[in-house]
Design a protein around this ligand. Structure first.
Ligand SMILES: C[S@@+](CC[C@H](N)C(=O)[O-])C[C@H]1O[C@@H](n2cnc3c(N)ncnc32)[C@H](O)[C@@H]1O
Length: 261
């Protein structure tokens, strides 16, 4: 059985973006690629398909991350704190979901994960990755229906939406969000970030922060019911030292945890 379904049954609602409307949004030196029905982006100069960037929730690495999160071995999940770790019915907003890697970890402890991504290009890749995960799990569901019928279900809702626009909208979940997770782009000149990683480089080039980190945090503080988890470079300044509740550190990053105002 697939590792995801061993722990949770995923129910997807994927906000559909028409690829025809965005295919001209990508500017040089980047191009869209499509190999094995998998949407990616790459530098137009790259010759090997192995260099393309795409969302792959079916990779062993991603499945391992999900399993670790289910067993509370992930720093992000530890940041929930003891009381929330006992729960697996949380509504979690990943307000800057990017390629959705952290959203998958969050799903380990959630009843619902709402994924917001404002960039159309990044969202197109996210949508493609989620669609492929969805169809892979559906195929397995058919053959394993009896085995997994009692497994907990998690709803995954993905929206091509800015966090501020989401907060202004009358989405039904807005008053029901237990945790907000924020992972905004690190500043370009921050030498301690993982800029050497291809995926961070592409993200830096293709996206931008429309709001300051402090504005996102202020908004999150006014919405979340229990926790706001802000991912920061390990040695970055603390945004609101007086309001900070606790921190969880891993080798490369830090999770600053705030309680709602
Ligand atoms: C560092 S990436 C997130 C990576 C993500 N945590 C992952 O696991 O793949 C930050 C993303 O947040 C998006 N973003 C930045 N500001 C946003 C906002 N106000 N609302 C929604 N998305 C935003 C950017 O477009 C970018 O894709």
């Amino acid at each position: 059985m697939n590792i995801y379904q061993k722990f949770k049954r995923f129910k997807f609602t994927i906000d559909k973006l028409d690829f025809n409307l965005i295919k001209n949004c990508l500017v040089k030196p980047y191009i869209f690629t499509n190999h094995d029905d998998c949407l990616g982006i790459d530098l137009e100069t790259n010759k090997s398909i192995q260099n393309a960037l795409y969302c792959n929730f079916l990779s062993i690495k991603m499945q391992q991350r999900f399993e670790n999160a289910c067993c509370h071995k992930s720093s992000l999940i530890k940041a929930f704190g003891k009381s929330l770790l006992k729960r697996d019915d949380l509504v979690i907003l990943d307000a800057t979901s990017g390629f959705g890697n952290d959203s998958i970890e969050l799903a380990a402890k959630a009843k619902k994960v709402i994924m917001l991504e404002k960039s159309k290009i990044v969202y197109a890749l996210l949508q493609d990755g989620l669609e492929r995960l969805k169809s892979a799990l559906e195929q397995e569901l058919e053959s394993n229906e009896k085995i997994i019928k009692d497994t907990l279900q998690v709803e995954m809702l993905s929206l091509n939406l800015d966090f501020q626009a989401y907060a202004r909208s009358s989405q039904k979940d807005i008053n029901n969000i237990d945790i907000i997770y924020l992972d905004p782009m690190y500043p370009k000149d921050d030498k301690k970030t993982a800029l050497n990683k291809k995926y961070m480089q592409y993200l830096q080039d293709l996206t931008f922060n429309s709001a300051k980190d402090s504005e996102l945090l202020d908004l999150a503080l006014s919405i979340a019911k229990h926790r706001i988890i802000l991912k920061r470079p390990l040695h970055a300044e603390i945004l609101y030292p007086k309001k900070l509740c606790y921190q969880v550190k891993s080798k490369l990053v830090r999770y600053d945890v705030y309680l709602p105002s």
